[in-house]
Design a protein. Structure first.
Lengths: 259, 226, 106
């Protein structure tokens, strides 16, 4: 088995992601609640905006799409990390001999999957409700790329802050307070790109490229900050307990490594 | 050491006092009215420095938060919070005076100019940071630091995004080229504002450090009595 | 109508009445503003200039808000430091209490 750092990181991430998915498949809690919430929001939007004329739906559809993603993303992230907190598994995971980055990647990956399932309902829903959304059917590949890139950027930031708050105990109200202002750049890029898609703008690929670049920046920043934020967010321990804990985890890591 | 640092604040305010008086008399009495905007243009001399102050403090807060995360330094945390508070103040000043100026010159308080939207969004991030520092538990302090870093990184991103977004909206030029006597009024105003703000900033940062030390002292007292 | 305006008007009319010069493409008929229009425009401009030059409402509001903000923050800092000082005094009193068995080295 190779022991290069990136390979190990990838292996651990996949392992954690698989365990996340297995847990999710057991009761489908996240997927069911999030898709239900998506449907509710779609219904609300339909009731509110069904009377719009076609030319007014053109600027409205991108907003509806990404606002729903923001709402659903907040709900999903809150629930995902609530679960961790109830069982206190996050701290156990942090104490385990895995790369912290792998935890971030796995959590972001599972949240992204849930969001994409929701988008699989949301986008066709918008496309059939509003005539301007017809383009989503006409250009499926671009639509998928747009949705994946937008959700990825959102999740890159969201996972970091949701995980940080989960360590801090209580105060979930704060997640929404933090997430909405911080995710505005991604959501704005996504809005612009969606608008370009709906307009059939020939520059669409370059808009998508910019979104991809933004995603890289946000993922990098999230990965860089994940460890310092989370390790510090664990409840303050006495120096002695911390030293003991460090010794234990070192020993555990030593047992694991030289296989 | 302690004595010297205590001198900084009075010195800052002492230096600021004549500058404030000078810049105010320049703004109101010496500088001629701008041709098309008239007296309303005088808002510019404190409006724009407030905007710069807001950006500067956001960057200081982000950098201090980075140091706080790396070094686990409590002083850096205090500096980040103090900077965010001043940045909040500056942002509020810009966001309130901007529409007043806009109303006087363009006839509309809000044009959706890229700079306006960027400032408003940055201000929201600063406000979120303050909320998190204030209502989050002690443990969320490091999370707040991450938020401050994101806030600082967001500034150029948001500006670019808003510019892109604006391609579908009308744009408005804000200020044409300024004649030199306007700049001669601008610089004293800017320096006065910066000196006063840094004075307040220093006071607040020291207060926050003191709060931390006091908490620690109380904890130690409890421990020793137990 | 002012005494000067009449001759001006008449000349204007005369010009208008005069036959156009031989139209070989060199000349365009002159188009101008009448004196009345000019005067109305000038008075409007004066009014507008006077209005922007004496528009004190906006600056009073703007500077009032700015200085009020700083004053409010200063007040907030002052009250904070008063409370801090009270806390420090309380701590000191606590430390000086004879019951204290070796307080922290503060």
């Amino acid at each position: 088995m190779l022991h290069l750092a990136p390979v190990r990181l990838l292996r651990q991430s996949l392992l954690l992601l698989r365990s996340e998915l297995r847990q999710e498949l057991r009761d489908l809690e996240l997927v069911l609640t999030s898709t239900f919430f998506t449907l509710v929001v779609l219904g609300m939007f339909y009731l509110s905006f069904a009377a719009l004329e076609k030319k007014h739906t053109l600027p409205a559809v991108p907003g509806l799409l990404w606002l729903t993603v923001a709402f659903v993303g907040t709900i999903t992230l809150t629930r995902a990390f609530d679960r961790e907190r109830e069982a206190d598994t996050l701290r156990a995971l942090l104490a385990a001999p895995v790369e912290r980055l792998a935890i971030y990647v796995a959590k972001a990956g599972s949240t992204l999957l849930v969001l994409l399932v929701c988008c699989a309902l949301l986008v066709p829903g918008l496309a059939s409700m509003f005539p301007a959304g017809q383009v989503f059917w006409d250009m499926p590949l671009e639509t998928v790329a747009l949705v994946v890139l937008g959700c990825l950027g959102y999740v890159a930031i969201g996972t970091l802050f949701a995980a940080g708050l989960a360590g801090g105990g209580g105060k979930n109200m704060l997640l929404a307070v933090i997430l909405y202002p911080v995710t505005t750049p991604v959501l704005m890029f996504a809005l612009v790109t969606t608008r370009a898609l709906l307009d059939k703008n020939p520059n669409l690929p370059s808009y998508l490229g910019q979104m991809a670049a933004l995603d890289v920046i946000l993922l990098g920043l999230g990965a860089l900050l994940f460890e310092p934020v989370l390790v510090g967010a664990a409840p303050a321990r006495t120096a002695q307990a911390a030293r003991q804990h460090a010794r234990q985890s070192l020993r555990a890591a030593g047992r694991e490594e030289p296989r | 050491m302690k004595r010297k640092s205590e001198l900084v604040v009075p010195l800052l305010f002492l230096a600021a006092a004549p500058l404030v008086v000078y810049s105010v008399q320049r703004v109101f009495l010496q500088t001629p009215n701008e041709r098309t905007m008239g007296t309303a243009f005088k808002i510019f001399f404190f409006h724009v420095p407030m905007g710069w102050l807001c950006m500067l403090m956001a960057v200081i807060s982000g950098v201090a938060a980075g140091v706080q995360l790396r070094r686990r330094s409590r002083t850096a945390g205090a500096v980040a919070l103090a900077a965010a508070e001043i940045g909040f103040l500056g942002g509020l000043g810009v966001l309130l005076t901007g529409p007043i100026w806009g109303h006087a010159t363009w006839g509309t308080p809000w044009t959706g100019d890229a700079r306006q939207v960027t400032t408003a969004l940055l201000w929201l991030v600063i406000a979120a940071y303050l909320l998190l520092r204030h209502f989050g538990q002690h443990a969320s302090e490091r999370l707040a630091a991450a938020l401050a870093i994101f806030g600082a990184v967001n500034v150029p991103l948001i500006y670019y995004a808003v510019k892109l977004w604006k391609t579908t909206h009308p744009t408005t030029g804000v200020v044409a080229k300024l004649p030199p006597e306007m700049w001669a009024t601008f610089w004293p105003g800017l320096s006065a504002l910066l000196l006063v703000s840094f004075g307040l900033f220093a006071i607040r940062a020291r207060q926050l450090v003191l709060v931390g030390e006091l908490d620690e002292a109380y904890v130690r007292l409890e421990d020793s009595r137990a | 109508m002012t005494p000067i305006a009449l001759p001006v008007l008449i000349t204007g009319l005369a010009f208008e009445a005069a036959p156009a010069p031989a139209d070989n493409g060199d000349y365009e008929p002159a188009v101008g503003t009448s004196r009345e229009e000019k005067e109305i425009l000038a008075s409007l401009e004066d009014k507008a200039a006077a209005k922007t030059a004496s528009d004190y409402q906006h600056i009073v509001w703007a500077y009032g808000i700015l200085w009020a903000l700083f004053a409010a923050y200063g007040l907030f800092l002052w009250r904070r430091s008063a409370r801090l000082r009270a806390d420090v005094d309380a701590l000191r009193r606590e430390l000086d209490r004879p019951a204290a068995r070796g307080g922290p080295g503060a």
